[in-house]
Design a protein around this ligand. Structure first.
Ligand SMILES: *Cc1c(COP(=O)(O)O)cnc(C)c1O
Length: 498
């Protein structure tokens, strides 16, 4: 059936969807092939101010382009100016080069637009999410996590906030059973603190700010030179809080740390938290995916001691952004984030159905059907194939680290525990400040000439070049080329300074 108004009929025309869609898939297929082959620059760097002036079209009052023009704009302007995510030289951020099938699932999610706040607004979307959450909990631990549960969120930042809201509610009640921080606020509460690694992701202090605790309520626990949580520093910080009559709502550990990928001693921290009745939160946005690999899952052993875990799909699960999970060892806890008392909720006749209304446990009201892509990839490829991606990424990081160690022009921060490698170019006769600046200058040079995409990290006052090796198409030859590029960028930077 077509709509009587021809304008509206065209907007929803299934035939146009099909025609444009098939062409779009062909176009994206070529784009993907070219990206993987690495035929063009990884980044077509342009000065943002100048670029911005090109995006100043008048507000369209009526149609200004046809679907064909849309495809042409994509091919000629939009795609070439994206960061080429599947390019072998894209080794900067932790963002996945997504599995193509997962991108197709996102198209389904978009067209079907399941709101998901309540079961009836997305029955199969809700079931897919529950299925995926059960799988993730099973990967953490079959036995101690058999009453676990959680939800998917749009990103790890929101997942951390959700977990810390639960931690605040549960921990403040432990101290005073009549306390209800969600309802009454925290003005009359003893000061609430979060103990986190000094390298905790900024989303932790941001969550503290959002929760009204103040971002300074996050007490930074010192790390060793490799960026790992120092358990003795944790004990000291804990004792200080007790002396100051402060309430610790959570201890936050990294698996792994954003800067270096290193994994905190989860078992030791977890045991300490259990012995001291402290909420243990593991930020596994990046590294929880080690659980997918038979070979590497022991690196995160102790994660099962956590009360809450977050895990990003759009990092080492190779999903398109965004999809993250916030998981609780005790499923009932997940209702505490937004103060629904699960026992209250589940009394009465409709109780069984309430469990299927996900919005009790999420910040989002309407959210995207995020589970389809995870379900599809797990089902199509299985954990073995997902694990193979992890094995490949972690092995490549070790290969790269060895290359760096062998070269006298470079310094390696640490042997990588996961897939992040930090290193620096050794500049002769440079003081500390100059040597730091030199790394940033090299990076800028490389980014702007579009040879590679790499990032940088500051650790204990030292600037490091940082690579995240998760693109399966990056070869050893590419890594040799990167080191050559860094050396020549160093020359260029020095000659420009003269
Ligand atoms: C990436 C990351 C986050 C933030 O997750 P988003 O999905 O980008 O919001 C939080 N913690 C750690 C350790 C991360 O690596």
């Amino acid at each position: 059936m077509t709509h009587p108004n021809p304008i509206i009929a065209e907007m929803f025309d299934p035939k146009q969807f099909s025609e444009t869609g098939h062409q779009l898939i062909d176009l994206l297929t070529s784009h993907l092939q070219a990206n993987i082959a690495g035929t063009s620059k990884v980044l077509n760097w342009k000065i943002p101010n100048i670029e911005d002036s090109h995006w100043n079209y008048p507000l369209p009052q009526h149609s200004t382009i046809k679907p064909q023009d849309l495809l042409r704009k994509l091919t000629q302007e939009i795609l070439p100016n994206n960061l080429a995510i599947h390019h072998p030289h894209n080794i900067g951020h932790q963002v996945a080069c997504p599995l193509p099938i997962a991108a197709l699932c996102d198209l389904v999610a978009s067209l079907t637009n399941q709101a998901m706040a309540v079961y009836e607004a997305g029955p199969s979307a809700t079931m897919l999410e529950r299925q995926v959450i059960r799988w993730l909990c099973k990967l953490i631990d079959e036995t101690s996590w058999n009453h676990a549960g959680g939800v998917l969120t749009s990103g790890g930042t929101q997942a951390n906030l959700t977990a810390l809201l639960v931690a605040r509610q549960v921990s403040s009640r432990k101290e005073n059973p009549s306390s209800n921080a969600w309802k009454d606020g925290i003005a009359h509460h003893s000061p609430l603190r979060i103990l986190a690694s000094e390298h905790a992701h900024y989303s932790i202090s941001r969550a503290a700010g959002i929760m009204g605790l103040g971002s300074d309520s996050v007490i930074k626990v010192a790390t060793d030179p490799n960026g790992r949580f120092d358990i003795n520093a944790l004990k000291i910080a804990h004792r200080n809080c007790i002396a100051l009559k402060e309430t610790i709502i959570a201890v936050v550990a990294n698996a792994g740390c954003t800067a270096t990928g290193s994994i905190d001693p989860l078992k030791a921290i977890g045991e300490y938290c259990q012995a001291n009745r402290l909420w243990f939160h593991v930020d596994g946005a990046h590294g929880a995916s080690a659980l997918l690999s038979k070979k590497h899952r022991k690196k995160v052993s102790g994660i099962e001691l956590a009360d809450s875990v977050i895990w990003d799909g759009h990092k080492l699960m190779y999903m398109p952004a965004t999809v993250s999970a916030v998981l609780f060892r005790n499923e009932e806890d997940s209702y505490a984030a937004f103060n629904q008392d699960a026992s209250y909720l589940f009394q009465g006749e409709s109780h069984e159905e309430e469990a299927f209304n996900l919005s009790y446990r999420t910040l989002e009201c309407t959210k995207r059907m995020m589970a389809l892509k995870l379900w599809a990839v797990f089902s199509l490829y299985g954990i073995e194939s997902m694990g193979a991606l992890i094995d490949e990424a972690f092995a490549k990081a070790l290969v790269f680290a060895k290359k760096i160690q062998k070269s006298p022009s470079f310094e390696l921060l640490m042997s990588p525990e996961t897939n992040i490698v930090c290193f620096r170019y050794l500049r002769q006769h440079a003081n500390h400040k100059e040597a730091n600046k030199h790394q940033s200058d090299i990076r800028r040079q490389i980014i702007q000439n579009g040879a590679f995409h790499i990032t940088q990290a500051d650790l204990h006052g030292v600037t490091w070049l940082r690579t995240t090796l998760m693109n399966p198409f990056t070869t050893e030859k590419d890594l040799d080329e990167l080191l050559e590029n860094v050396a020549s960028a160093s020359q260029t930077v020095l000659s420009m300074a003269k």
